[in-house]
Design a protein around this ligand. Structure first.
Ligand SMILES: O=C[C@H](O)COP(=O)(O)O
Length: 252
C-alpha cells in the first residue's frame, strides 16, 4: 500500500505568531484523522523551529514539518543557503524540491534539483520532487515528455533502498495559484504516466506516492484524491488557512 501525504506549502508567508495560531487551530481540527494519512507543513525555513515548537505545545506531534528547498551542497561558503542536514537537525522530515517557482525565478535545472534530492535523502529528509508542464507545453502536447524528463533527471542515482522516502508532486504550472485546478481526469492521466516513468527508473520506485498540487481547495480535494494514482496533495494558498487545510487532509 502506497503512502498518502497531504503537505502544506506556505511559500513566502508567515510569522512566529502566525505559526503559533496555526498550530493551535490545526491540531484540534485534525482530531480523528485516519492515521494512515501523513500530514506535513512546510513554512519558510526560518519558522520551522517555531512551528515545530507550537505543534508540540498543542500535542500536534503527528503533524510533520519540513522546508521548501535545500541547498545542493552539504556545507561551506554558500551564503544564504540552508543544508538538508540543518533542516533535519531542526526536526524537519520533508523537503520540497524543484518547485516550479524555484525553477522559474532561480533558474533551477534538473541536474541542480537532482543534487538537492540526493542531499535531502542523505540527510534523512523525504524529498517531495515537484514536476509539471507549463500551459504552452500542454498546448503543444508535450506534457508527458516534460514530466518524464523531469522525473528521470531529478531522480537519477537514487539508491534503491531510498525509494520509500521519495515523493513526487505533479503540479501543472498553469494550475498553481491560478484558481484553475487540473480536472481529476487530467491529473489522473499524468499521475499514471509519472508512475510509469518511475517504474522505468527502478521497479521499486512505483511505490513512491505521487501527489497533486495546483489550486486544490476543500471543495475539489475529494474528487482529486479519489483517483487511483493520486496519493494526496501539495497545497499552497488554501494551506494558509488551518481550517481549510484540515478539511483537505480529511479528504486524503
Ligand atoms: O506548492 C504548492 C503549489 O504550488 C500549489 O499552490 P496553490 O495551491 O496556491 O495553487
Amino acid at each position: 500500500m502506497r503512502r498518502r501525504l497531504i503537505a502544506a506549502n506556505w511559500k513566502l508567508n508567515g510569522t512566529g505568531a502566525f505559526a503559533a495560531e496555526y498550530a493551535a487551530e490545526l491540531v484540534p481540527a485534525l482530531e480523528g484523522l485516519d492515521p494512515a494519512v501523513e500530514v506535513a507543513v512546510m513554512p519558510p525555513a526560518i519558522l520551522l523551529p517555531a512551528l515545530r515548537e507550537s505543534l508540540n505545545d498543542n500535542s500536534g506531534r503527528r503533524v510533520m514539518v519540513g522546508v521548501q528547498d535545500v541547498s545542493a551542497w552539504e556545507a561551506g561558503a554558500y551564503t544564504g543557503e540552508i543544508a538538508a542536514s540543518m533542516a533535519a537537525d531542526q526536526h524537519g522530515s520533508f523537503a520540497i524540491i524543484g518547485h516550479s517557482e524555484r525553477r522559474q525565478y532561480w533558474s533551477e535545472s534538473d541536474s541542480r534539483i537532482n543534487a538537492k534530492v540526493l542531499q535531502a535523502l542523505s540527510a534523512g529528509l523525504d524529498p517531495i520532487l515537484c514536476v509539471g508542464e507549463t500551459e504552452a507545453e500542454r498546448e503543444a502536447g508535450d506534457t508527458e515528455a516534460v514530466v518524464s524528463r523531469q522525473v528521470r533527471e531529478a531522480l537519477a542515482d537514487v539508491p534503491e533502498a531510498d525509494w520509500r522516502h521519495v515523493c513526487v508532486a505533479y503540479e501543472p504550472v498553469w494550475a498553481i495559484g491560478t484558481g484553475k485546478s487540473a480536472t481529476a481526469e487530467q491529473a489522473q492521466a499524468v499521475h499514471a504516466h509519472i508512475r510509469g516513468a518511475l517504474g522505468e527508473l527502478d521497479p521499486a520506485a512505483t511505490e513512491a506516492p505521487v501527489i497533486y498540487g495546483g489550486s486544490v481547495k476543500p471543495e475539489t480535494a475529494g474528487e482529486l484524491f479519489a483517483q487511483p494514482d493520486i496519493d494526496g496533495g501539495l497545497i499552497g494558498g488554501a494551506s494558509l488557512n488551518a481550517t481549510d487545510f484540515a478539511a483537505i487532509c480529511r479528504a486524503g
